[in-house]
Design a protein around this ligand. Sequence first.
Ligand code: 4AD
Ligand code: MG
Length: 466
Amino acid sequence: MEHFEIKKLLLISLSEGESRDVVVKGWVRTKRGNKNVAFIALNDGSTVANIQIVADLSNAVFNEDLMKTVSTGACLCVKGSLTKSMGQGQNVEVQAKEIIVYGGANPEEYPLQKKGHSLEFLREIAHLRPRTNTFGCVLRIRNAMAYALHTFYQERGFVYLHTPIITASDAEGAGEMFQVTTLDINNPPREDGAVDFSQDFFGRQANLTVSGQLEGELGALALSKIYTFGPTFRAENSNTPRHLAEFWMNEPEMAFYEIKDNMDLAEEFLKYLVKYALDNCREDLEFLCNMYDKELINRLESIVNTSFTRLTYTEAIDILKSSGQKFEYKVDWGTDLQSEHERYLVEKHFNNPVILTDYPKEIKAFYMKQNEDGKTVRAMDVLFPAIGEIIGGSQREESYEKLSQRVSELKINMHDLWWYLDTRKYGSAPHSGFGLGFERLLLFVTGMTNIRDVIPFPRYPQNAEF
Ligand code: 4AD
Ligand code: MG
């Protein structure tokens, strides 16, 4: 007998009286029925929908001892015949002939016994939450978005470049790094009082990467168009619904792209991903839409069909200042925008995604291309409804003189960045790129409101258990 994924099984159409021998395997979502018959809803994660298993209890193989172990959470192998369903809610069902319990789940103990647990509670049982409908949907959408991301770049001739996870540089210069060491932290070797990192594994201080961009630029200045996609680490102690200590970032980097080309690519890319989800994850989106956010699908559709609003940071500050809106953080030219400001622009003022450009150089990273005005840099942030910043990027400074001057102004150690500066000495070129926070994208696409609920095993302050 053939083992079918439940997703495939549910697509088979049968006429009345017709049947087909099948094997299904999965986890029990619910069991109901009476003395004569049991109805088991079985799910194997291939789809949010369950297959209904019907067990005729007058059949001696379905004795009481066996059926007691067929409880919510148990894992089963069911052999039987697929028939057209007379009941409501499904086209086909399986009339069971044999049930093998691979693993029981004691009803007294199994934490997912009932439906409708809070997302907060589910975070405490992150090892079991993939078995809920919500997380099944989120994880399948996450998978689809990763696939679509690669497809987008591959169709456009980008080379997937694997940048290192362990590095010695702080790309963003924000100093929010996790250190990597094999030294004995209780008794490190010292030289003049300071820890002697020359005796460490790499012969120097090393950390987990905060961004693959600098290495990505090395790739772009040889292969023209590259992208990275991998885990990124930030030790910022921000307990917000939009920050993780370990998140996935996608960073394309393109030689010969100026800021406008960069914006065009980012806009095309986001629309492609959202459209892919609408076209390929319909059932999961409908589930999330019904359960959590009735506007979700409308919001996704509106993104695909709109042109993003583009304006400068300076224009945005003027709008915010004359908005009459009370903000928790004051706005002034030169200060970084808080998420309340970003969301005001996107959700209230424009009611549209926004790309902001030309930020003050003081609040952006050292590598961004300096504008003629001497005050701003060619940065771009893409701001989305409900999320705020989803993408951050820029055109890069290609002039060796300007870049090394900025590096020394900011007192960044030139010695650590010699290899990066070399690209501006040898065959420098205009180039641009951006970073997409993959979980921020998933927040938008799934309608979830906490970033801890769109990654299988979230890492945040005080949490790295599962
Ligand atoms: O704006 P960021 O810091 O930009 C960079 O790292 C650049 N090197 C990107 C580039 O130009 N290649 O981060 C990029 C994006 C943000 O827009 C946000 O979506 C996401 O990464 N992000 C986070 N996501 C989750 N948790 C965090 N702690 C994040 N920090 C940034
Ligand atoms: Mg940013």
